[in-house]
Ligand binder design. Structure first.
Ligand code: 5GP
Length: 194
């Protein structure tokens, strides 16, 4: 998605060879117009799949997921990273190792909001080693709902998450794919390879 690539070029900062900071429009400050465009893009990619729910992970997945849910006209559920005082019963959980924080957390969704009839689109901000997406897939599959696909805002194609998910047979659609962050330069996967 060209608009997103341009935004990453203009405002993204490669913190190292493997970590990209995009807090000017996605991870802290949010650009609503760009989120809306991304929602339209995800919605058009998955419109024929009969999606009934979107599942994402708090907090940075929520903005693109809500925009997609608005356009597909389906509810959006965000998995929680911390246990809530008001949400204690019927929790479906999975473990996820956080790449940026280098710690393992449990993420959870209430079983009230998903059922085995659901056809779920998973959305997240980044795909690195696939841990977050796999945990969301695990939760959906524990409920015996169907995973229709995974929508990712920024895939770091030099890490193995994309290959892991695609090899397992999941449809993964990424709006921007980064080839390399070496020498703090942001290189995208060439258009024809995407
Ligand atoms: P994975 O679980 O695929 O290894 O990593 C994806 C998760 O880690 C995303 O939910 C995202 O929050 C975080 N993450 C991974 N790599 C990056 C990165 O380069 N920049 C930012 N901002 N977050 C990242």
């Amino acid at each position: 998605m060209e608009k997103l690539q341009n935004k990453i070029r203009e405002e993204g900062v490669a913190l190292s060879d493997s970590v990209l900071k995009v807090d000017k429009f996605l991870n802290h400050q949010i650009d609503p117009q760009l989120m809306h465009e991304m929602g339209k893009e995800f919605a058009s990619k998955f419109e024929k799949e009969g999606i009934t729910k979107i599942v994402t992970l708090e907090s940075s997945g929520i903005a693109p997921a809500v925009m997609t849910g608005l356009i597909l006209n389906v509810p959006v559920i965000f998995a929680r990273k911390k246990k809530s005082l008001t949400l204690t019963e019927g929790l479906i959980t999975s473990k996820v190792y956080s790449y940026t924080k280098q710690e393992t957390n449990e993420v959870s969704v209430s079983n009230k909001f998903l059922s085995k009839e659901d056809n779920v689109l998973i959305i997240d901000d980044f795909l690195a080693n696939g841990q977050a997406a796999l945990a969301l897939i695990d939760i959906v599959e524990k409920i015996e709902a169907t995973v229709a696909g995974v929508g990712i805002v920024i895939e770091k194609a030099f890490q193995d998450g994309g290959a892991v998910l695609r090899t397992k047979g999941y449809r993964v659609e990424s709006l921007a794919r980064i080839q390399s962050l070496s020498d703090k330069k942001i290189e995208f996967v060439k258009e024809k390879e995407q």
